[in-house]
Every structure is written in structure tokens, then in C-alpha cells.
Design a protein around this ligand. Structure first.
Ligand code: SF4
Length: 349
């Protein structure tokens, strides 16, 4: 059961409430390279990325926000750390959301100014608490980065905005430790109605990053927690977007597009399951029809799974039996991938 959260509008999309969980990523091209940032944003949008964040260290860097707004239609989030004037410049440049921790920008007057500018322009603010940059007094109180410490930090920043009647808020509360992240989000979701941006930060390189993200993000999604997600990988952001959708799908959310299931292979395997499944997945990239395709290695256990899919094959000796919507159709020989893809096309067209 999805936890009910406040609906927050970020440019052209809304998160929270019953809105689908949105997948986001972050640009990693040097900020001075505006053309490079725009090109990467276009690639991410082509992958289906729904919200993209860019770092804006100084007010002058807000030019990248303008350039991105002109180039892509997905909402743009500016990542601001200490310079409140950079936040104001991004508002002027037409940004869709600001990620800023009000406790880090100095005086209450500055918080008031940022809150007012965002409110006047309908721009939400994400408070992003990170285990690596907890306030010193909170860290001293808890003695370590605990779930309670992360939540206290988030609520401290929330109070600074609420004091100025600002409640168009999204919160994230990340650490690289999966059990701590999960406990922190659970605690936070009990304490406030704001939509949650869920992620495991500094999750690592591709393999470990995927595992930690699948556990942390996927686990929380299955508990109904999470309104937008970001998979953090030390790798290309395009891979973060693909992983985000795959985690959503694996957690039982509806994600348009094909799902390929394949058997792990064993001594009975008759066909090259890995190659066929990978090629089918590649050929179906970009297709947004929801269809389940099964690639199974033999006719002992294969037909059962293949029958449960919209379309599937079960390998025989140099051939594969084709199943469509549970019915055994015919034996494929020769170019199995090509024939299977032709059959899939017939189903999705
Ligand atoms: S479907 Fe057949 S080949 Fe694949 S793992 Fe099961 S028994 Fe082995």
C-alpha cells in the first residue's frame, strides 16, 4: 500500500499522492561545458528520464538552466549548496525545482528570500540530507550517522522553510548504508506528509551500486515509500535511468515497455539463452508496449514459464518452440532471435 504524500508539482510533472513514481538522474558533465550538459540531458530524456538535476555552484552558472530549459522538456532541478544567490539566479532562469538545505545558506533573511522567490514562481524545494554532511551538533548528539540523526536533520531544514510558510517541499535522506537509509526513510515517512525522493547515495560502481540501489530503493518502494527515485552509480547517468525503471518494474510498479524473463540455464539447456535474451532486450529497447517475453533453455521447464508470458520460446535441439499467449505455435529454426522479434512485433503493433 502506497503511503499517501502531498502532491508536489515539478514543472510538467507531479509527484506524491497517487502519481506514478518518477525516475530521475543527474548530469555529470563539467558545469562550464553548457553544450555538453545539454547533449547529455537530451540523451537522458531519450532514455525516458523524467526529472534531471544539474549542479549550479554560482549565480553565473545558472546559464546552464536556461540552456537546458530550451533544449529538453523534462523538469530541471538545480542543485545548490551554499550560495543562495545561485538559487535566486536559477529561479530567474526558469528552473523547475531547487535542491537546497536552508540551514546551509546563512541567515534567516536569505532563507526567507529563497522561499519567497520559489513560492512566487511555484517552484518546490528539495531538502537533501546526506549522511556525509550532517550538522555537527546533530552528529555529536547521536554520536554517529543514525536513522534518527538523519531524520532530525531533515526536520530541522523543514522547520526553517515552514517558518516562512513554505510547504512545497520534497525530502531526501541518504547514506551509502542500505539498512540505515531504509530505517531513516521509514521513520521520516511517519513524521511528515512531504513526498520523498528515495536513493542510496555513493552507492558505488555499476555492480555494487545496482545491488545497493535495488535493495534500498526497491525495498522501500515495496513498503509503499518513495515518490521519485534516483539510482546513484559511478557510471553513465543513462544507466541510472535504465536501472531506475528496472527497479520500479521489479518492485511491482507499472512501467510501460517490455519485460524479458529468461532461465538461469543448466545442463539441459539447448540454446544460447544469454545471447538470445540479450539480443531480444536490445532490439526491444525504446519499445513502450508492455509485453512479457520469456526465453527458456529447454522444453522440460521452459514451456510453463513461456506460457505465462505474452510470448516465449523454449529451446530444443538447434530449434525453439514458440508460445504466444499460452499457446504452442510452431518450431523456430535458424535465426531464432529474428523470428522471435518478428512475432513480438506482430503482437505489439
Ligand atoms: S528452463 Fe530448462 S534449461 Fe532453463 S534452467 Fe530450467 S531446466 Fe534448465
Amino acid at each position: 500500500m502506497r503511503r499517501q504524500t502531498k502532491v508536489v508539482r515539478i514543472g510538467s510533472i507531479s509527484i506524491g499522492g497517487d502519481n506514478p513514481v518518477a525516475v530521475q538522474s543527474m548530469l555529470n558533465v563539467p558545469i562550464a561545458d553548457v553544450a555538453g550538459n545539454v547533449a547529455q540531458a537530451r540523451r537522458l530524456e531519450a532514455e525516458g528520464c523524467q526529472i534531471v538535476r544539474v549542479t549550479v555552484p554560482t549565480p553565473a552558472d545558472a546559464v546552464v538552466v536556461r540552456a537546458l530549459k530550451d533544449a529538453v522538456s523534462m523538469p530541471i532541478v538545480a542543485d545548490i549548496h551554499f550560495d543562495y544567490k545561485a538559487a535566486l539566479a536559477c529561479v530567474d532562469a526558469g528552473v523547475d525545482k531547487i535542491r537546497i538545505n536552508p540551514g546551509n545558506i546563512g541567515s534567516d533573511e536569505r532563507v526567507r528570500e529563497v522561499a519567497r522567490a520559489c513560492r512566487d514562481n511555484g517552484i518546490p524545494i528539495r531538502i537533501g540530507v546526506n549522511g556525509g554532511s550532517l550538522e555537527k551538533d546533530i552528529l555529536a548528539k547521536y554520536g554517529a550517522v543514525t536513522p534518527e540523526a538523519l531524520v532530525e536533520s531533515a526536520m530541522y531544514h523543514v522547520a526553517l522553510l515552514e517558518k516562512h510558510d513554505f510547504d512545497d517541499i520534497v525530502i531526501s535522506i541518504k547514506s551509502s548504508n542500505v539498512p540505515i537509509v531504509m530505517a531513516a526513510y521509514r521513520l521520516l515517512s511517519e513524521k511528515c506528509p512531504y513526498p520523498l525522493h528515495v536513493g542510496v547515495t555513493e552507492a558505488g560502481t555499476y555492480r555494487m551500486g545496482l545491488i545497493k540501489s535495488a535493495m534500498g530503493i526497491g525495498g522501500l518502494l515495496m513498503e509503499g515509500i518513495g515518490d521519485t527515485i534516483r539510482v546513484s552509480l559511478t557510471d553513465a547517468p543513462e544507466k541510472e535511468v535504465r536501472a531506475g525503471f528496472d527497479i520500479l518494474r521489479a518492485a511491482g510498479h507499472h512501467v510501460p515497455g517490455p519485460e524479458v524473463v529468461s532461465c538461469p540455464t543448466c545442463g539441459r539447456t539447448n540454446i544460447n539463452v544469454a545471447q538470445i535474451a540479450t539480443e531480444v532486450e536490445e532490439r526491444l529497447r525504446g519499445c513502450n508496449k508492455s509485453i512479457k517475453v520469456a526465453v527458456m533453455g529447454c522444453i522440460v521447464n521452459g514451456p510453463g514459464e513461456a506460457k505465462g508470458a505474452d510470448i516465449g520460446i523454449a529451446g530444443g535441439k538447434d530449434c525453439a518452440m514458440l508460445f504466444v499467449r499460452g499457446e504452442q505455435k510452431r518450431m523456430l529454426r535458424g535465426d531464432i532471435v529474428g523470428q522471435l522479434c518478428d512475432e513480438i512485433e506482430k503482437l505489439v503493433l
